[in-house]
Design a protein around this ligand. Structure first.
Ligand SMILES: C[C@H](O)CC(=O)SCCNC(=O)CCNC(=O)[C@H](O)C(C)(C)COP(=O)(O)OP(=O)(O)OC[C@H]1O[C@@H](n2cnc3c(N)ncnc32)[C@H](O)[C@@H]1OP(=O)(O)O
Length: 724
């Protein structure tokens, strides 16, 4: 094997006659073609050698395998690496490993995901540790298990459980895997290899069963029953993700194995895998996989060799919705938290919110009462700054008021130790303004959470020109510990997510004032894949927040904001969104939304104030046009965010859109999606609308430049870089 090989498998033969084949491909022992070829070579050798009687397969460094090498999908998609159909699933796993005359046992610690578990299932038995995670998460990447997983998992754990595991992409741990029949025994990590060796010899000597899982039948339901289960799974998959076809393809492949036998199933799986790998959905989801991991690589920050400092104790200012959510996220990850409020009443309410957040986990069975008690004991309330003298980080989460925040930061500078990170959860206000009255600019940073903070996965880390790289590295580490995906962005009004979000609602308001229908817009946007349309979202967020953040944008970007009075008019009439039971929709006590015919009168009034008329073209917009008129302004703003250097790379905006806005991941994020349509096309449409409907749609210079050259929006040419 050449020195440039991407991983390998190594074999060691013991005096007991057991060959241990170890997968070596850090960091997660993924299965590149080099690893797979080497695995086959080692197996062939082990089968030939007289001194080998049985085989154990394992992974280096306590990780069996994280599955097929996802970075190799690019080569397959481009047609560079295209092994012949069935090479891995039939030739290696079935005809070499499973059909061998010598028994093999998988010794699984750490991870056995995707192709990793599929290798394990081709062995004749599996031994795992309790902490090992075993699963087939391929659907998450827009593909299906392609190394026999669709055939072997149902035969090992039964149809219903295997469908659940594949459709949700969720792994199971060792103990559960054992009770399901996926593994044969659970042992401690230091007993793993020896148990597996003995097990392999026991199989050889017929003291343990020699099982080829592909041909097991005892767990598969009779055909009629199986078909009912599959029918139910199809209905559920369609309900959960109506725009996705690959879960249905996966179910068809499973069915083929049950109806026509596992060999037929294997071939159908191999063909379906080849097709799905090349689909736009897979390309988008694979892009999201790497983009998500790329957010923690920040040039000029994470490449300086800085180690994160330990953050043990965090103080939070403000126990409102955001502050209590942030406190919840932190105590869930074992941080000591001080929650500060201005009076007893607010403090009690704040602590009550944190308790309620945890209680809801207990009620759902996701947390034990014992863990609840342990977590809540980490939270202390405070009405003054006395206890701030040994905190490592403060997160300010009070209302969006510049002078209040300025005062708070001046106080923090006095009371907190000099190493303490001073973070603000502001969603719109310039951090330089917030820190104006201090001399601690190097430790001031934005920690912008999304509501509800203990649930939403994104954390926008906002740096000013003065924020030190050490502080960013520290916050990135806290983000990782509290299981958030952090995106590091530059300082400006609205940062990255809210700047992209703003035109989303504005475009919708512009359309409605010119005759488009509120409910049709929401329906089309939901069908596109957003969790809800712009109007339903405004109701959820509340008109107070919508107006407050809106006014920041009007103030800072007056030339390109669409100023509609529709929301303020409704608010004047005591319609404030879901909390007031009336907004763009009417809400019953169960928070179910229904359209409101009364809405017309507000729209007419705001149309008159804006001085615009109904445009017959906009009344009859096609679905595609609605999507484009709502999202192209978002793309336009994302381009500005890139051009200004607020985001370091386009992929960060893709993640921000997916995790902060709910943009469908299977469209790859906002810029990835835009590039799939082409910069020229987007430019021409925005240009056309700007002539008809004003500067709100005017394409920005970055977009115009890309369109003129026909280059993708994501590419960072020398010219674009120099503008950052
Ligand atoms: C034919 C087959 O059926 C098809 C398949 O097998 S498809 C692959 C199925 N496997 C998966 O989907 C697992 C994907 N990986 C994961 O879920 C997670 O990475 C994990 C649970 C393995 C580890 O998580 P965690 O410890 O948080 O580390 P994480 O940062 O995600 O990954 C560590 C590194 O390994 C890389 N990596 C993880 N899994 C990989 C894979 N299967 N292929 C290539 N690289 C992988 C990551 O990109 C990351 O690289 P980086 O350090 O350069 O950014």
């Amino acid at each position: 094997m050449g020195s440039k090989a991407k991983g390998r498998a190594v074999m060691e033969v013991g005096a007991d006659g057991v060959a241990v084949i170890t997968i070596v491909h850090p960091p997660v022992n993924s299965l590149s073609f080099d690893v797979l070829n080497s695995l086959k070579e080692n197996f062939d050798q082990a089968l030939r050698r007289d001194d080998v009687q049985a085989i154990v397969v394992t992974g280096e460094n306590g990780k069996f395998s994280g599955g097929f090498d996802i970075s190799a999908f690019g080569g397959i998609q481009e047609g560079k690496d295209r092994p012949k159909t069935g090479f891995v699933s039939v030739e290696i796993l079935s005809d070499t490993i499973e059909a061998a005359r010598k028994p093999s046992v998988a010794a699984i610690d750490g991870l056995a995901l995707g192709g990793g578990l599929e290798v394990g299932m081709a062995c004749h038995a599996r031994i795992s540790t309790t902490t090992a995670q075993l699963g087939l998460p391929e659907l998450q990447l827009g593909i299906l298990p392609g190394f026999g997983g669709t055939q072997r998992l149902p035969r090992l754990v039964g149809l219903s459980k295997s469908l659940e595991m594949m459709l949700t992409s969720k792994p199971v741990k060792g103990e559960e895997a054992c009770s399901l029949g996926l593994v044969d025994a659970v042992v401690s990590p230091n007993e793993l290899l020896n148990t597996a060796r003995r097990w392999a010899l026991d199989i050889l000597e017929r003291r343990r069963p020699w099982i080829a899982s592909l041909y097991k039948t005892d767990k598969i339901e009779p055909l009629g029953e199986a078909r009912e289960i599959l029918k139910f799974a199809r209905a559920q998959a369609q309900k959960r993700a109506p725009n996705l076809n690959h879960p249905l393809v996966c179910i068809d492949v499973i069915e083929e194995g049950i109806v026509s036998g596992p060999r037929a199933g294997l071939w159908k799986e191999a063909q379906a895998f080849e097709e799905l790998v090349r689909s736009d959905i897979a390309k988008s989801l694979i892009h999201i996989f790497f983009a998500q991991r790329g957010t923690t690589k920040v040039p000029g920050v994470t490449d300086l060799g800085l180690a994160p400092r330990q953050v043990k104790k965090v103080a939070i200012l403000g126990g409102g919705l955001m502050g209590s959510g942030i406190a919840t996220a932190l105590i869930l990850s074992n941080y000591h938290v001080i929650l500060k409020e201005v009076n007893e009443k607010f403090l009690e309410a704040g602590i009550g919110r944190v308790k309620a957040n945890l209680q809801s986990r207990v009620k759902k069975g996701n947390m034990t009462q014992e863990k609840f008690e342990k977590n809540i004991s980490l939270l202390k309330g405070s009405l003054d700054y006395e206890s701030f003298k040994d905190v490592d980080m403060v997160i300010e989460a009070v209302i969006e008021n510049v002078s209040l925040k300025q005062q708070i930061f001046a106080d923090l500078e006095r009371y907190c130790p000099p190493h303490c990170i001073l973070a603000s959860n502001t969603s719109t206000i310039d951090l330089n303004l917030i820190g104006e009255k201090t001399r601690s600019q190097d430790r001031i940073v934005g920690a912008h959470f999304f509501s509800p903070a203990h649930v939403m996965p994104l954390l926008e880390i906002v740096r000013t020109k003065q924020t030190s790289p050490q502080v960013i590295v520290d916050l990135l580490n806290v983000g990782k510990k509290i299981k958030k995906t952090p995106v590091v962005v530059g300082n400006c009004t609205g940062f990255a997510v809210n700047r992209m979000f703003f035109p989303y609602t504005q475009a919708a308001l512009l359309l409605v004032e010119r005759g488009a229908d509120v409910y049709q817009i929401d329906k089309v946007i939901t069908k596109f894949g957003m969790p809800m349309g712009p109007f339903r979202l405004c109701d959820l967020v509340g008109f107070g927040v919508a107006i407050a953040t809106g006014s920041q944008f009007v103030l800072n970007f007056p030339k390109r904001t669409y100023k509609s009075m529709l929301i303020p008019l409704m608010q004047e009439d005591k319609r404030a969104g879901e909390t007031s039971h009336k907004g763009f929709y009417l809400y019953n006590d169960k928070r179910k939304a229904s359209p409101d015919p009364e809405l017309k009168k507000y729209i007419e009034k705001s149309r008159n104030i804006s001085g615009v008329a109904i445009d017959p073209k906009l009344v009859k917009l096609q679905e595609k046009d609605i999507v484009e008129m709502i999202f192209f302004p978002v793309v336009n703003e994302a381009c500005r965010v890139l051009a200004e250097g607020i985001a370091v790379k386009a992929a960060d905006l893709d993640i921000s859109a997916v995790m902060g806005m709910g943009f469908p991941p299977y469209r790859g994020g906002i810029i990835f999606w835009a590039d799939s349509l082409g910069s020229k096309y987007i430019y021409s449409r925005l240009d056309e609308w700007s002539k008809l409907y004003g500067d709100f749609f005017k394409p920005c210079a970055y977009l115009a430049e890309r369109a003129a050259k026909g280059t993708p929006l994501s590419s960072t040419s020398a010219q674009a870089k120099s503008r950052l």
